[in-house]
Design a protein around this ligand. Structure first.
Ligand SMILES: Nc1ncnc2c1ncn2[C@@H]1O[C@H](COP(=O)(O)OP(=O)(O)OP(=O)(O)O)[C@@H](O)[C@H]1O
Ligand SMILES: [Mg+2]
Length: 421
């Protein structure tokens, strides 16, 4: 259906209008000019240049629809308004030409949009009309196989500028543009999809690599424990056994067992340290907050660094799968170790909280030297492991200088789905 809106047309400005053949020539030139353009903005620019004489305009635009009732994008020539500068898709319901985009009409013409009630309604995204004083306007639907894919619009600052011939020409232009922009949009969608797919593959690849690195790290950890047990505890125990064997030979003097007993105590302490390092015991026995507190106490006790733990999560971490809880603990551990090792802070703070959307947020903040830009950091093993652990549990990981302040902030957000009890 087509409705030519009645505007309060007073006098169409005297212009020499081109004959049918000249119009045909222009349309041909437009389609030729379009053929070489592979992006929307260049395309609309060449249309504007080609139309300059036959369909004078101060502003020209093409807007395209996307599924879900939004305007995909607007491409402008002449003036640049918020129609094209808005970064987010705009809902069709707020467009001043929504009746075209919703398929209720294929044409809207007005002699003065600033006075025309059709362009003013509650919630209309119409301020460019008033800001730029775009009074005379022609809007024609872009149709492909009977379906509206967007609209072509041209405007003049002067009121009552366009006549019937201009409207006819604008409709022809829309007919030429529609299949071209349709193809361009399809190509753009395919390109976006290909990029998303490539990014997805790269993410998966990165995750696989990260998991491999973690496994290697675990292997190294196992070797380290083996070496600790061998060099320290086994050596101490062997010494004690030898001493006890010599004592077995003769009478036991009072006090002669003391060095062996002291040695055994040291061995027990040493074993406890090795086991604690390998498996955060307090975490399992008393929960996440206690585990972190215990770790902070042990890691920082003679460092001169103050620490604070704020847990407002109501024990939510302890309801998580144990593997997940350990991963969170390990990330906190590395962030605290890094802050203590690299930043010379006076305070390290750990915060555990539930966000309003139900996600679990864990932060480690320090007030130290701050995080150096990438080229100045020699090693990245610990950070990579933190990132991989976060990705393996589908948490968002952030590590950078504190916003606007001193020191570093590590923040970890486990979405509500993963953080639910
Ligand atoms: N809180 C922090 N403050 C300042 N610099 C930091 C902080 N955390 C990390 N860095 C910088 O980032 C670098 C990389 O950290 P990463 O944990 O990956 O390696 P590392 O701590 O040097 O070694 P490791 O592999 O043993 O963890 C550090 O060498 C340091 O320069
Ligand atoms: Mg580190």
């Amino acid at each position: 259906m087509t409705t030519v809106a009645k505007s309060t047309r007073r006098a169409t400005r005297a212009r020499t209008l081109p004959g049918a053949e000249a119009v045909f020539g222009h349309l041909l030139r437009i389609s030729r000019a379009l053929a070489g353009r592979l992006d929307f903005q260049a395309a609309i620019q060449s249309v504007s240049a080609e139309l300059g004489d036959v369909l004078p305009h101060d502003h020209l635009d093409v807007c395209l629809l996307e599924s879900g009732g939004h305007i995909h994008a607007a491409y402008e020539a002449g003036l640049h308004t918020d129609w094209s500068l808005t970064p987010h898709p705009v809902p069709v319901s707020g467009s001043p030409i929504r009746s075209i985009l919703l398929g209720e009409t294929h044409l809207m013409v007005t002699g003065d949009a600033t006075q025309d009630p059709r362009f003013r309604f509650a919630g209309a995204f119409n301020h460019p009309i008033f800001d730029q004083n775009l009074r005379s306007r022609i809007h024609a639907a872009l149709l492909v196989r009977g379906e509206v894919i967007g609209a072509f619009s041209c405007s003049k600052h002067d009121a009552d500028f366009y006549g019937e011939d201009d409207v006819t020409l604008a409709r022809h232009v829309a007919e030429v543009l529609a299949p071209y922009f349709y193809a361009l949009r399809a190509a753009e969608d395919a390109r976006r999809l290909a990029i998303e797919e490539a990014e997805g593959r790269a993410r998966e690849e990165g995750l696989r690599e990260g998991a491999l690195r973690l496994t290697e790290e675990l292997e190294r950890e196992r070797q380290r424990i083996g070496m600790d047990l061998h060099d320290q505890t086994l050596a101490d125990l062997t010494r004690i056994v030898r001493r006890l064997e010599t004592l077995r030979e003769g009478p036991v003097e009072p006090g002669s067992l003391s060095p062996a007993i002291d040695g055994l105590h040291r061995c027990v302490d040493e074993l406890r340290r090795i086991i604690d390092d390998a498996r955060p015991n307090v975490l399992e026995l008393f929960g996440f907050a206690e585990g972190v507190e215990d770790f902070l106490g042990r890691a920082l006790h003679d460092s001169g660094i103050a620490w604070r733990l704020e847990d407002e999560s109501d024990g939510r971490v302890d309801a998580l799968d144990p593997a997940l809880r350990i991963a969170l603990f390990r990330i906190v551990q590395e962030a605290v170790n890094n802050a203590a090792r690299h930043a010379e802070p006076s305070l390290i703070e750990v915060g555990v909280a539930i966000r309003q959307d139900g996600a679990l947020r864990i932060e480690v903040r320090d007030d130290g030297a701050g995080f150096a830009p990438m080229p100045q950091r020699r090693r990245v093993g610990g950070i990579r492991n933190m990132q991989t652990r976060a990705r393996l549990i589908s948490a968002d990981f952030f590590l950078d200088r504190q916003p606007g302040g001193q020191g570093t902030l590590m923040s970890l957000v486990l979405p509500a789905k993963g953080a639910a009890r």
